[in-house]
Design a protein around this ligand. Structure first.
Ligand SMILES: [Fe+2]
Length: 180
């Protein structure tokens, strides 16, 4: 999900840079998905259930500190992006520059952030909790997801992301295959 929003932000930046039309709604909706699904849900789980266990086990402590700081920095950037994803701001050169800056910084931080979590943090997590605890945490997370986003909540958010991609012309996957 995060990766797909990063691609949407990339397209938004490209459109602003090349002075193409950019409707504010898909951008506002993207930032809202980041806020609700990534920051207020997914990252909260990392912060409440993963990071403290690494600290207790005294493993990857420096990495966990940086990841937490990045979550906090990400929230500040999303505040800016949400605030500037409006018609009025998009018409103002100064605001456009601030908006592009906040999306650029977000992409620049979250690509390595996610890559490090996927390849270092998450695999190491299995080593510091028992198989039983790992499974029961997984179930807790699913329950929380249903609570917050309803049954099949994940798929509904994916559908919203797809709608945004369609609106911005980046949904069709085959367009990215090199022509031979
Ligand atoms: Fe994270």
């Amino acid at each position: 999900m995060l990766k797909r929003i990063l691609l949407i932000y990339g397209e938004a930046i490209r459109r602003i840079d090349s002075k193409e039309d950019l409707p504010p709604e898909p951008l506002a909706d993207s930032a809202k998905i980041i806020r609700d699904f990534i920051e207020d849900y997914h990252e909260k789980l990392e912060e409440n259930f993963l990071f403290p266990r690494f600290k207790e086990a005294n493993k990857l402590v420096d990495l966990v500190d940086v990841l937490l700081q990045q979550h906090q920095a990400g929230r500040r950037l999303t505040d800016i992006t949400m605030h500037l994803a409006t018609n009025q701001a998009l018409k103002n050169a100064d605001d456009r520059r601030k908006l592009v800056d906040s999306m650029r910084q977000f992409i620049r931080m979250y690509n390595p952030h996610e890559a490090r979590e996927d390849t270092i943090l998450c695999p190491a997590f299995r080593g510091i909790v028992s198989a039983h605890e790992f499974d029961s945490l997984g179930e807790d997370f699913e329950k929380k997801e249903d609570e917050l986003f309803g049954e099949d909540g994940f798929f509904k958010v994916v559908d919203r992301v797809a709608e945004i991609e369609k609106r911005l012309g980046i949904y069709d996957l085959a367009q990215f295959t090199p022509k031979t």
